[in-house]
Design a protein around this ligand. Structure first.
Ligand SMILES: [Fe+2]
Ligand SMILES: [Fe+2]
Length: 172
């Protein structure tokens, strides 16, 4: 049976991953409307991955004898000042998620729930990758300065560390 405090923390993470999925979907839609199909594709895949993270949590909570609760997700913005500012928001959001995962690990340790702590290691590693991806994109955008986004939009998919490795990447 899952520890109650751990269950609460995991359910809060369900909300955060679901919001992440909505946020990246909003960004994808914005980029698509602005005529940037590459950036939109990257974000649509990212949105799918966040939904997968949410599902992974839902299934784990339920399998461990808890009860996953699907909450309302806050509505993300629909306008972004620029591609660079949008990806700065992506990085900031991923850093927030990493901190949140670390907080859950701390709850697991305090509650001596080493099974869940071990299981969360997948998320810890995933967050390293997510932050690296966002930082690499921002590095490219800084190099580009005020240059045209045409080539960046064309190349962004090649910046995915997981390009070709996941079904999401192929299906998106
Ligand atoms: Fe995530
Ligand atoms: Fe993420």
């Amino acid at each position: 049976m899952i520890n109650k405090k751990v269950e609460i923390a995991l359910n809060e993470q369900v909300e955060k991953e679901g919001y992440s999925s909505s946020l990246y979907l909003a960004m994808a839609s914005w980029a698509e409307v602005k005529g940037m199909p590459g950036i939109a594709k990257w974000l649509y895949i990212q949105s799918d991955e966040e939904r997968f993270h949410m599902l992974k949590l839902v299934k784990f909570i339920n399998e461990r004898g808890g009860k996953a609760v699907i909450p309302d997700f806050k509505q993300p913005g629909s306008e972004f000042p620029s591609v660079k500012i949008m990806f700065e928001e992506v990085l900031k959001h991923e850093q927030f998620i990493s901190a949140s995962i670390n907080d859950i690990v701390a709850v697991c340790i305090a509650e001596k729930d080493y099974t869940t702590q071990q299981w969360l290691q997948w998320f810890v590693n995933e967050q390293i990758e997510e932050e690296t991806n966002a930082m690499q994109i921002l590095d490219k955008l800084h190099l580009l300065g005020d240059g045209s986004l045409y080539l960046f939009d064309h190349d962004i998919m090649s910046l995915r560390n997981d390009a070709g490795n996941s079904s999401e990447a192929q299906g998106g």
